[in-house]
Ligand binder design. Structure first.
Ligand SMILES: Cc1cc2nc3c(=O)[nH]c(=O)nc-3n(C[C@H](O)[C@H](O)[C@H](O)COP(=O)(O)OP(=O)(O)OC[C@H]3O[C@@H](n4cnc5c(N)ncnc54)[C@H](O)[C@@H]3O)c2cc1C
Length: 375
């Protein structure tokens, strides 16, 4: 049995951010990842957008970590040569009936402390994005995109340079509390098991994080995840449209996502999506017949799009705490000391804006460890 200081379950953007942060000042940290490489689940199946922090309730963890994470992420990308672009984003009212919701969202974003937001007129939208049809828009200059793979690669290499270890092809299959910490049972790709004895366990298992919490008996109903799938379609010849900003409709309340929108990748190609569909099982296949639905959703504000130009791309699954039609649920980032598990930190429901927030979440977890005196 190997004795270590910290076990981090999951090498997604969040687990790796925490690993890189902790390894700057602490030793004997192991990240356990069931896949052959890092970031093969939700962290590589998203829009790669650096969110500004407009939508979330003020003072929620989603809002705070997004606002701080955005700043940290831009700095990190600039310092480490990670490809990124401050594209800016337009949230548009398609017609007059959406103006009230647009104005409400604008005021909410400002109240959240998002810098640089402006409400712009139909004529101004036409000027900066001639291809878009809108009554008015919120312009968010601090929204951008990044190369998520390069970001995670850099986090993994920083962690390994600080003598951190990543065990790939290794699945955490059980966790038991001991007098001094936790016994973590890991199964490797040969189906052989080994045990890590750790003072601290940090559960960053994404879509599986409720099940990992249940290993130590934390089967709380409030921790149960629901899966909400988001499909993307790619637009052929997208550069011809000349779009420079990300373009989102005003979100409808109680949806699983932000509404089918237009994002750009770093090469300037356009993707539409993600949509939102609650599912029981994880299956990343996309039904090509959904193209019609995507087309119908965006044709009013993206009139240049033709049905025959859109084709299935990738999909991702959101680890959501709220079920369909339910109200807002915040990230759970919790030291489980009060439940009788000192040194066990749960991160559950880390859906969007989890990528943007990842470096801020890492700082927060490091703070919990420091202030809790658990290491
Ligand atoms: C469709 C979609 C679009 C999104 N768009 C954005 C966006 O534009 N901007 C943004 O900020 N956020 C976005 N998000 C959210 C963002 O992608 C996630 O919040 C973030 O990637 C979560 O990272 P993570 O490390 O928590 O989870 P993951 O990336 O899922 O990592 C968890 C890891 O844990 C591993 N694991 C699970 N169980 C075990 C186990 N028992 N043993 C070992 N390993 C295990 C998994 O293999 C996985 O690698 C989007 C999400 C979706 C689904």
């Amino acid at each position: 049995m190997e004795k270590v200081n910290v076990v981090i379950v999951g090498a997604g953007a969040v687990g790796l951010s925490i690993a890189a942060e902790l390894s700057r000042v602490r030793k004997d940290i192991v990240v356990v990842e069931r896949n052959p490489s890092f970031g093969q689940e939700t962290s590589s199946r998203n829009s790669e957008v650096i969110h500004a922090g407009i939508y979330y309730p003020k003072d929620s963890l989603k809002s705070k970590t997004c606002l701080e994470g955005k700043v940290l992420l831009y700095e990190f990308c600039a310092r480490n040569d990670i490809p990124y672009k401050r594209t800016g984003k337009l949230i548009i009212a398609i017609n007059k009936s959406e103006m009230k919701d647009l104005e409400k969202l604008y005021l909410h974003g400002r109240e959240n402390g998002v810098s640089g937001l402006t409400l712009i007129s139909k004529a101004e939208v036409k000027k900066i994005e001639p291809g878009i049809k809108a009554e008015a828009a919120i312009y968010s200059p601090s929204t951008g995109i990044l190369d998520t793979h390069s970001f995670m690669k850099r986090l993994a290499s920083s962690f390994e340079k600080n003598n951190g270890q990543i065990a790939y092809n290794s699945e955490v299959a059980g966790i038991a509390k001991t007098d001094s910490g936790y016994e973590v049972t890991v199964t490797d790709s040969q189906k052989e098991s080994f045990t890590l004895n750790s003072n601290i366990v940090i559960n960053c298992a994404g879509l599986n994080s409720d099940k990992v919490a249940a290993f130590i008996g934390l089967k709380k109903p409030e921790y149960r995840l629901k899966y909400c799938k988001g499909d993307y379609f790619r637009l052929a010849r997208s550069k011809e449209a000349g779009i420079k900003h990300l373009v989102y409709p005003v979100p409808k309340e109680d949806r699983g996502g932000l509404g089918i929108h237009l994002t750009l990748d770093l090469a300037g190609s356009i993707r539409l999506g993600p949509d939102d569909e609650y599912v029981k099982e994880i299956d990343y296949k996309i039904d090509p017949s959904k193209a019609k639905l995507f087309y119908e959703s965006v044709k009013t504000f993206l009139p240049f799009i033709k049905l025959e130009d859109i084709a299935p791309d990738t999909s991702g699954v959101r680890p959501k705490l709220q079920g369909e039609g339910e109200g807002f649920r915040d990230f759970i980032i919790r030291h489980e000391e009060e439940s009788g598990f000192p040194g066990f930190i749960n991160l559950i429901g880390i859906e969007s804006p989890g990528l943007t927030a990842s470096l801020s979440i890492a700082k927060m977890v490091s703070g919990i460890i420091k202030s809790g005196g658990i290491m």
